[in-house]
Design a protein. Structure first.
Lengths: 149, 162
């Protein structure tokens, strides 16, 4: 399944309200819960925090890819967040993260999980595209840009 | 004239589309009296790519590798069970590497006459076309390729088969 097939306005937060790392993760997990994509926000939130405790998923160029395996997700699911001012995420280049892709997958669906992450890894190589995406000010803009990519 | 399709291979990646493809391959194998193979490829290239891009930690790569091995066994067992229900013998094969490369290699190794794959996600950009593994397998395989579309119709065919 292509990543784009999972993206709809209900799973996008643009702009994010949160200004801290854990708060961003919480906001995105809650977005998925509100959209009916996960069964239990708390379990999912803890799975992502546990992964972040091993090492930050903040990449270079303002992108972060927090992810986790959880039984709370019935299928692979993704939330996207945009923070215009950026959030300190412990990124490898020390810069604040502005674009967040939060991915949750059930423990027995490693294949689609890896496929989705690999798609984001490829997308993150396009600095111009990621910069444009991070400039979006509404879920509608984010979805339109991703679908037109 | 010799039968044009004596060996069929279905590529299974755990997606619903690939399970539908497996059902269709079972139907075809039974109807044509062909040998059936099912292949799962553990995508180690994607894992390496995720470590390189720093999305994965080295330890995470190993953890997901084990998960993928588990997926492979689970989905190949599922195909084996689907085939057994219809009295069709199936040879299952687990491989690892770049998906499209492995599919091409196994098609050649087993002298496959027809590769069956699941419906491909809509290609939305040149980038999709370059990176979608099933799309690449379809273009690179050295044998006819059948894309199993129409989940409901295939389900009915599978269920109706004695």
């Amino acid at each position: 399944m292509a990543l784009i097939d999972l993206i709809e306005e209900t799973v996008v937060r643009a702009p994010l309200k949160a200004v801290g790392k854990e708060a961003v993760i919480r906001e995105l997990v809650d977005t998925l819960a509100a959209a009916g994509k996960i069964l239990d926000a708390e379990t999912a939130y803890q799975a992502v925090l546990d992964r972040e405790a091993k090492g930050s998923t903040g990449l270079a160029e303002g992108i972060a890819v927090p992810h986790g395996k959880t039984i709370s997700a019935r299928e692979l699911t993704i939330a996207i967040g945009v923070s215009p001012d950026g959030v300190e995420f412990g990124s490898m280049d020390g810069k604040p993260a502005r674009l967040f892709f939060l991915i949750l997958a059930p423990p027995d669906k490693a294949g689609p999980h890896i496929e989705a992450l690999a798609e984001i890894a490829r997308m993150s190589r396009s600095k111009a595209f990621c910069s444009a995406l991070a400039s979006c000010r509404s879920p509608t803009e984010v979805v339109r840009m991703l679908k037109e990519e | 004239m010799t039968r044009p399709i004596r060996k069929i291979m279905v590529y299974v990646d755990g997606s619903e589309q690939s399970i539908t493809a497996a059902q269709y391959a079972i139907v075809l194998a039974k109807a044509l009296g062909a040998e059936l193979y099912a292949l799962y490829v553990v995508d180690t290239r994607a894992l390496a790519e995720l470590v390189k891009s720093r999305i994965f930690l080295e330890s995470e790569q190993e953890e997901y590798r084990r998960d993928l091995d588990g997926d492979a066994s689970r989905y190949l067992n599922h195909v084996r069970e689907l085939a057994r229900r219809k009295g069709v013998p199936v040879t299952t094969e687990k491989s690892s590497g770049a998906v499209h490369v492995e599919i091409k290699a196994k098609v050649s190794e087993f002298a496959i006459d027809l590769l069956v794959i699941g419906e491909i996600s809509q290609i939305r950009s040149r980038r999709d076309e370059l990176y979608n593994e099933t799309e690449r397998a379809m273009r690179n395989a050295q044998c006819p390729v059948l894309v199993a579309k129409g989940e409901d119709k295939i389900w009915d065919l599978y269920e109706a088969m004695e």
